[in-house]
Ligand binder design. Sequence first.
Ligand code: FMN
Length: 198
Amino acid sequence: MRAAARGAGRRISSPSVSDMRIATLSGSLQERSSNTALVRAAREVAPDGVELVVFRSLADVPWLDPSLEPEPVQELRELIGEADGVLIASPEHGHSMPGVLKNALDWLVGSGELSGLPVALISASPTMGGGIRAQMALTQTLLAQAALIPVTLTVPAIKSKLDENGELADQATRRRIRETLVALAEAVEERRAYLQAS
Ligand SMILES: Cc1cc2nc3c(=O)[nH]c(=O)nc-3n(C[C@H](O)[C@H](O)[C@H](O)COP(=O)(O)O)c2cc1C
């Protein structure tokens, strides 16, 4: 059965879309993080057949020591290794990505789970920049690991888009997140077809 992309005006064509698992990472440790709220919203608006699996807090990932294999790192490697794609939602810190996110991604350099994997980037910021410089830094780090970046989304002026509980209320942004997931799912399918043909 073909899975429809609800409300996005596009269809996801592959019958195997029901198997699609997307690992999600938030680059923020704040309890009321706006970027983590975007991950929660993404789970709500995901197209049929696209399962978003949330990694526990990046605070659990210790500082990089390549001679060790801590349990949370094994869990992270397993999550990414078994995923068809990744969604990262991150704030911009000091015109770059947060250190906790860079640290977590660096743990994957040696093990290579991100190689060839489609990764969607979302960044939210209270400024009009929308965290674009976090995405620039992320792009460099992800390309160093041969990840693919088929789609990105910046969310400027995030504070005006959250409700009193810190959840994403802005309908236009919810729609854009859904479109981002549709584009990511299409990239996953394209990669599957490419791998099958080669
Ligand atoms: C140490 C620090 C550095 C920051 N640097 C930037 C920045 O360079 N650009 C920006 O747009 N916002 C910056 N901010 C503001 C964050 O974008 C804002 O706190 C955002 O809401 C964090 O996302 P979160 O709610 O997911 O934690 C910075 C915040 C902190 C705490």
